[in-house]
Design a protein around this ligand. Structure first.
Ligand code: CP
Ligand code: NVA
Length: 332
């Protein structure tokens, strides 16, 4: 099996073997990085990094990983490029495909990153769309594997808006790997029925158990991992805050939610997180709605069970693994 020249667009495209290969490569590259051993095996390769939405972790991961691999990254944002305004995605992809060895895209619809892959002809990576965030899932799986020795058979409980990129991708990633997945939120925030159906089919093969519950006291029972994400995602209108706060406040990850989980359970969050009043947005929300935290309490976020910063570090090692595996020709 070779991942060479493959795209990395969504978890549904990957087999369990592909995911294990990425995780093995990430662990190998992480060790090299920690030992200070050079691994600039992709010298001379260039990657275009398109960011239509903001980013700290994903952008830094691609840039640092590219530099470590000896590559040259070029950052493009919508303000300083023609993308979308004066030039279509198809034309942009054809141009970038002539200059770059790979393309990363963060932005809106999944169809945009799929079109970039189709028209560019070079490996294309999804750095987050509304529907999916597959590079985040690799980092999450690596983190779970590091904490528990394996991902198979572990149970992940997701609290919050399970219809968006993180809920969707975690559900697919879990069932592909034989992990159990629970979505804990009001029914209208459950993932799309057709995606659930696809996951049920995959789960028949891998033995995963899928659970959907509206009861916040039930969701984390027997969980090894309690996971949450922001209640309002990038690109969503500010008007949705009020409804989200009303709907999702009962699903905040608190000490009680963690207590219901297994004693050695970990808390995970893709970040950025609203757990205190140290950000512009959380201050605005405090002024408007009086909340001092949102999807997770400060106590849990900073507590002993939280592995959020290990998870953030693993973004870099796993993104590096994706570029390494898809751009380095198989060694004879
Ligand atoms: N988790 C994540 O994708 O973070 P950024 O938005 O900072 O890239
Ligand atoms: N659901 C969040 C994830 C951020 C990494 C968003 O799309 O903004």
């Amino acid at each position: 099996m070779s991942l060479y020249k493959k795209n990395f667009l969504k978890m549904l495209d990957l087999s369990k073997e592909d995911i294990l290969e990425y995780l093995k490569t990430a662990a190998f590259l992480k060790e090299k990085k920690h030992k200070g051993e050079a691994h600039d095996v992709l010298r001379g390769k260039n990657i275009a990094l398109i960011f239509e939405k903001t980013s700290t972790r994903t952008r830094c991961s691609f840039e640092v990983a590219a530099a470590d691999l000896g590559m040259h990254p070029v950052y493009l944002d919508p303000k300083s490029s023609q993308i979308g305004k004066k030039e279509s995605i198809a034309d942009t992809a054809k141009v970038l495909g002539r200059m770059f060895d790979a393309i990363e895209y963060r932005g809106y619809g999944q169809e945009i990153v799929e079109a970039l892959a189709t028209y560019s002809g070079v490996p294309t990576y999804n750095g987050l769309t509304n529907e999916s965030h597959p590079t985040q899932i690799l980092a999450d799986l690596l983190t779970i594997q590091e904490k528990f020795g394996t991902v198979e058979g572990k149970t992940l409980a997701y609290y919050g808006d399970a219809r968006y990129n993180m809920g969707n991708s975690l559900m697919v990633g879990a069932v592909k790997m034989g992990m159990n997945f629970t979505a804990c939120c009001p029914q209208k925030y459950f993932p799309d029925a057709s995606l659930i159906e696809k996951c049920r089919e995959i789960a028949k093969e891998t033995g995963s158990v899928l659970t959907f519950t509206e009861d916040p006291n039930e969701g984390s029972k027997n969980a090894d991992v309690v996971y949450t994400d922001v209640w309002v995602s990038m690109g969503e209108p500010a008007e949705v805050w009020e409804t989200r706060i009303r709907d999702l406040s009962p699903y905040k990850v608190t000490a009680a939610v963690m207590k219901n989980a297994k004693p050695n359970a970990v808390f995970m969050h893709c970040l950025p997180a609203f757990h205190d009043l140290e950000t512009e947005v959380s201050k605005e929300i405090y002024e408007k709605f009086g909340l001092t935290d949102m999807e997770v309490t400060d106590e849990v976020f900073l507590g002993k069970q939280s592995v959020v910063f290990d998870e953030a570090e693993n973004r870099m090692h796993t993104i590096k693994a994706v570029m390494y595996a898809t751009l380095l020709p198989p060694q004879k």
